[in-house]
Design a protein around this ligand. Structure first.
Ligand code: UDX
Length: 437
């Protein structure tokens, strides 16, 4: 099939390359000239495992191309996907201006039958508004005859950064929200080769599935973080409690890692958008207010623990391992780690940071006072304490005897309980995790 993917961020690029790998011909469109030029040269503008290899493979096979010019590729496209950003506006609602702008552009250019799919995460009701805008633009451009044959669907994505390709080819399910049987069949054909249950539903339900899934996962994280806080007070170990409850198949073992809370480009934005959407529809989603509050408090509590142990931070040298919002990505959007570094700087601490992939992105945000170290152990040299804020596997594989001698004080605050099972107290460290009794 001929697919046009508009937006080459994490979602658009990964999904576009995924469809190409499935055998479709994909044209990826973006207004960012530099990004398109980079992709054309076979370079991925961000870090995501496997993506570079697949990009080159698909380019060699001629199944993917990149352009800034939608008009040049829209002809004969059977499926047109919108995967542009929907950042949170200051009030918490999703900012849909980029989605609507693209819808109008599609309408002004399209002159054949096609399915418009919204991949961006959008509040229920947006798909209807998108197709209305496409049709209005078609009519304005004198193409009324086609405005009846253009259809739309919501196919939300559930990709996780860091494992996006595995998630694309082995998803738990494919959700297709379309009010038209033929559209359902077209989109089923688009996913031939992916062995996963299909959920065919209405557009509104598909839109809500996406928000409900992310809000539920965020709720699970805030729940285990509250259990961690209780565990800490009564001398229990949250990692063992998580295992103990996670083995119950009704609960499941995933998303029960206690820590400094969730971040990233999706959870904070989607949880607040669903909360906001509920309010706008006259309903107070009480649970989500608490999920957000607990997530914010989690950072405060951990920061307070650091200050309680260390006293005033002014002039103290603090090493930070991890800046990305989670491991295996270079993404620092809504990263709890960045927030911690800013708080430390605000207290007058001397901060030395290291992250295997996210330093380039972090440099754009963090102040000049922060020093970027070339390795994890370099960052720790002479520090009064080490903070672990992103759970990168490489942090488990350092020489702990070397780390012990490098730190001025062998003190570790582990905001992800990454090293909780390594018995660091036995190795002479002062070790503080979250909810470890
Ligand atoms: C999420 C959803 O998982 C994915 O389905 C959706 O398409 C996009 O949003 P992503 O943002 O890539 O994916 O990250 P995810 O792995 O879900 O983690 C989100 C945040 O929660 C991270 O900050 C992570 O550190 C935190 N987290 C996750 C925890 O604190 N504890 C956990 O047990 C799991």
């Amino acid at each position: 099939m001929k697919v046009v993917m508009i937006g080459t961020g994490y979602v658009g690029l990964t999904t576009g390359l995924g469809y190409a790998k499935l055998g479709h011909h994909v044209a990826c469109v973006d207004t960012d000239v530099a990004k398109i030029a980079q992709l054309d040269l076979g370079e991925v503008p961000f870090y995501e495992p496997e993506l570079s290899e697949i990009l080159r493979e698909m380019q060699e096979e001629g199944r993917v191309m990149f352009t800034t010019d939608l008009a040049s590729v829209i002809g004969r496209a059977e499926v047109i996907m919108i995967a542009v950003g929907t950042p949170a506006s200051p009030t918490g609602e999703a900012d849909l201006s980029a989605v609507f702008q693209v819808a109008e552009q599609i309408g002004s250019l399209l002159d054949h039958e096609a399915v418009i799919v919204v991949k961006s995460t959008v509040p229920p009701g947006t798909n209807k508004a998108v197709i209305a805008r496409v049709r209005a633009a078609m009519q304005k451009a004198g193409k009324e005859v086609y405005s009846d044959v253009v259809t739309n669907a919501s196919v939300p994505e559930f990709l996780r950064e860091g494992s996006a390709f595995v998630d694309f080819f082995k998803p738990d399910r494919i959700v297709v929200g379309a009010d038209d049987r033929i559209v359902q069949t077209i989109l089923d054909r688009l996913h031939v080769g992916i062995n996963a249950p299909r959920v065919f539903t209405t557009v509104e339900s598909a839109e809500l599935i996406k928000y409900a899934a992310n809000a539920f996962l965020a709720t699970k994280i805030s729940f285990i973080n509250e259990i961690a806080n209780i565990a800490e007070r009564i001398g229990a170990d949250v990692t063992e409690v998580a295992r103990g409850i996670g083995l119950d198949r009704r609960i499941g073992p995933h998303f029960l890692q206690a820590g400094i809370g969730y971040g990233g480009s999706c959870f904070p934005k989607d949880v607040s958008a669903l909360h906001q959407l509920s309010g706008m529809n006259g309903y107070t989603f009480k649970l989500l207010s608490s999920v957000i509050e607990v997530n914010n408090r989690q950072r405060d509590l951990f920061f307070a623990k650091i200050e309680r142990v260390m006293g005033p931070l002014k002039g103290r040298k603090i090493a930070v391992w991890g800046l990305a919002f989670k491991n295996d990505t270079d993404d620092v959007r809504e990263s709890a780690a960045i927030d911690f570094v800013q708080r430390l700087c605000g207290r007058g601490a001397e901060v030395v940071v290291y992250d295997p992939k996210a330093m380039r992105n972090a440099k754009v945000i963090l102040s000049q006072q922060v020093t970027f170290a070339p390795t994890a152990l370099d960052a720790a040299m002479g520090a009064d304490a080490l903070l672990i804020l992103t759970p990168w596997a490489e942090f488990r594989n350092v020489s702990f005897s070397f780390l012990h001698s490098s730190l001025l004080e062998p003190r570790i605050f582990d905001g992800r309980n990454l090293l909780a099972d390594l018995d660091l107290a036995q190795k002479g460290f002062e070790y503080y995790g979250i909810g470890l009794g």
